[in-house]
Write a protein that binds this ligand. Structure first.
Ligand code: NI
Length: 162
């Protein structure tokens, strides 16, 4: 099983490239991403987090699960909502679990993209899933949730990370 890449790894800061081949390898990669995410008790995982700089992510928010390849995110409701957020790539140095911080996100978003067979998918969400979709799409652009925090709050998170 692939390791989760941690903050400081350049792959997390590299914009990912679109997936072009909807083949067996892609399907195997998506299955593996779910396995890695569940093993780490995560609710979302993006390609770069396992060292694959491709535009795809998987998610499972309380059983609302799925995957999106080449996602495009649209903000439907820009009202900012601030809730605790963490990332498997930014764990606490000792406890080896994510460091959480109150992070502002848009209240409602839609993501369009493709599934593992190249068929169009669309996910519309509010609440935790909307937060997750924004977080995972950010990963594909080399953006981490700490980038969405005020400087002091970001510093506090990074001081707890490895
Ligand atoms: Ni993350």
């Amino acid at each position: 099983m692939r390791d989760i890449r941690m903050i400081g790894d350049p792959v997390l800061r590299t914009p990912a490239t679109p997936v072009t081949d909807f083949d067996r390898e892609l399907r195997r990669l998506i299955d593996e991403m779910f396995t890695v995410m569940y093993a780490a008790s995560g609710v979302g995982l993006a390609g770069p987090q396992i060292g694959v700089p491709r535009r795809l992510f998987v998610y499972d928010i309380s059983g609302r699960k799925g995957h999106v390849v080449n996602p495009e995110l649209t903000v439907d409701d820009p009202e900012p909502v601030t809730e605790e957020e963490g990332c498997l790539s930014i764990p606490d140095r000792e406890a080896r679990r994510p460091v959480y911080a109150a992070t502002p996100r848009a209240a409602g978003v839609s993501v369009t993209g493709l599934d593992r067979l190249g068929r169009p998918v669309r996910v519309r969400a509010r609440g935790m899933l909307a937060r997750c979709l924004q977080h995972e799409t950010d990963h594909l652009d080399g953006t981490l949730f700490v980038d969405r925090l005020a400087k002091d709050a970001a510093r506090k998170v990074l001081l707890q990370a490895p």
